[in-house]
Design a protein around this ligand. Structure first.
Ligand SMILES: [Zn+2]
Length: 220
């Protein structure tokens, strides 16, 4: 199970297709022939706000309703964006409301704005699952996220033994953990092997852990 990817591989994939409706429609037809393992996430990435402008919501309002779109995202907050944090928060909140309305989990992108992210979650009283993708930050923030019931997805950073992701993997409770390869070259199977080795479990157990979480979060 690959919770966040930009290229489809083995197992169940949640393919990030940004905000593009045309893309989803095209792929939907293809994947009906090829199998049922590809699902989609649709959302507005905070680093793309500048070029997309307000009109982007007209696009995703429809797209998020497609059945195969099972998550909203990646959306979130990014300190590097030229868009001010307040506007980013407002745009995130629009997507949180969509997620609530449609009962679809959120896949979250967050760079250097975790306290704001947690504040948005509390303020919106959101009840759908929030999955922070590509987590590679420190222990203090990880604990805060876990306290606020976030799910944590880790990926390619696991291959570096000095990374936060590697060092903190054991601290993430099994029932909150996902794995992903995002837009990286590395195969998802390699990420499963690495995570299994770090946790001292076999790959099948690792697949069971994320598979159970997938079934729970996406009510499969
Ligand atoms: Zn991504």
């Amino acid at each position: 199970m690959n919770i966040h990817t930009h290229h489809v591989g083995e197992g169940i994939n949640i393919l990030d297709v940004g905000e593009g409706k045309a893309w989803v429609e095209k792929e939907k037809r293809r994947e009906l022939v090829e199998g049922q393992n590809v699902f989609y996430s649709v959302g507005v990435h905070p680093m793309k706000l500048n070029e997309l402008g307000e009109s982007v919501f007209v696009g995703i309002e429809d797209t998020v309703r497609i059945k195969k779109v099972i998550a909203i995202g990646e959306c979130g907050l990014d300190r590097r964006s030229p868009i001010c944090m307040k506007t980013q928060e407002e745009i995130l909140e629009v997507q949180v409301r969509l997620a609530e309305e449609l009962c679809k989990p959120l896949i979250i992108h967050c760079v250097k704005a975790y306290s704001e992210l947690i504040a948005v979650r509390k303020r919106t009283k959101s009840s759908v699952p929030w999955i922070v993708h590509g987590y590679n930050n420190n222990e203090r923030i990880l604990r805060q996220l876990l306290d606020c019931e976030f799910y944590i997805s880790v990926g390619a950073a696991l291959s570096d033994s000095r990374s936060n992701a590697f060092q903190l993997l054991r601290m993430i409770p099994a029932e909150r953990l996902f794995l992903e390869n995002d837009d990286k070259e590395v195969e998802i199977s390699v990420i499963y092997e690495t995570a299994s080795a770090i946790l001292g479990v076999d790959v099948e157990t690792m697949k069971e852990i994320t598979g159970n979480n997938y079934n729970k979060v996406f009510r499969k």
